[in-house]
Design a protein around this ligand. Structure first.
Ligand code: ATP
Ligand code: MG
Length: 237
């Protein structure tokens, strides 16, 4: 069920890099419990938009309003420490390659996110094991990342992104390195663990079949939104 309140809203975001306009006046309203795919050609501004929404990149102008029970306000007015706290506590991130630490086990990779927030090791490892089990990796906590398949490694990344209690998950090409069957499995796990639990998911993808899992697709071209359509997610899921 989609709540009425916007959890995140972008207002007239502009961002240039030298003579390149990455975002050219983007406004969008994302509600709690929504799953939103961001599509568009290479260079159209997808990653820049995701990074502005997530407080990784500051826009040149425009605002990003966040409304969570724990925190409300324009995140573009926060300093580095404030945005960093949001990224550690309220937002989660999944990338194409999970950016997991290969020397650590699956459990340690997930637990580390909590330990960086000051959670003691034993409690962090318990939470990590619970998340891994929830995402279908029960009993694999002790495996190193290199001993996992690509899809399993992405599940570890999804667990790590959420173990600290993130309410909004951002994913940039999370299935970009996976075959189509594994992509579908990873999208299923992503949606089940976020949207089905009332959290919000924003996924950048080139793949229409990945976007089809989401409730809505925003399409960018040259830094502008050229389409914003409800998806077929309800039918497919
Ligand atoms: N840090 C940066 N410095 C300079 N230019 C940048 C930077 N980040 C993005 N750009 C430029 O801004 C534009 C939008 O980039 P962005 O990464 O948002 O595109 P994208 O839609 O994610 O593309 P892709 O599908 O290839 O990942 C591109 O022209 C890109 O070259
Ligand atoms: Mg990109």
């Amino acid at each position: 069920m989609i709540a009425d309140t916007p959890v995140l809203s972008a207002h007239n975001l502009r961002k240039t890099y030298g003579s390149t306009t990455a975002l050219d006046g983007v406004s969008a309203l994302i509600r709690a419990g929504e799953s939103v795919a961001v599509m568009g050609a290479s260079g159209s501004g997808k990653t820049t938009l995701l990074h502005c929404l997530a407080g990784i990149v500051l826009p040149d102008s425009g605002s990003v309003l966040l409304r969570l029970p724990s925190v409300q306000g324009d995140i573009t007015t926060l300093d580095d420490a404030g945005r960093s706290l949001l990224r550690r506590r309220d937002f989660g991130f999944v990338f194409q390659q999970g950016l997991l630490i290969p020397e650590l086990t699956a459990g340690e990779n997930v637990a580390m996110a909590l330990m960086l927030n000051g959670v003691p090791r034993a409690a962090a490892e318990d939470s990590a094991a619970a998340w891994l089990a929830r995402l279908g990796l029960a009993g694999m906590e002790q495996r190193r990342i290199g001993e996992l398949s690509g899809g399993q490694a992405q599940r570890v990344a999804i667990a790590r992104a959420q173990v600290s209690g993130a309410q909004v998950l951002f994913a940039d090409e999370p299935t970009g390195a996976l075959d189509s069957r594994t992509s579908a499995e990873v999208m299923q796990v992503l949606l089940e663990s976020t949207v089905n639990a009332g959290k919000t998911l924003v996924v950048v993808t080139h793949d229409p079949s990945v976007a089809a899992w989401c409730g809505r697709t925003i399409t960018l071209a040259d830094g502008r939104i050229v389409a914003d359509t409800a998806g077929a997610a309800g039918i497919l899921r």
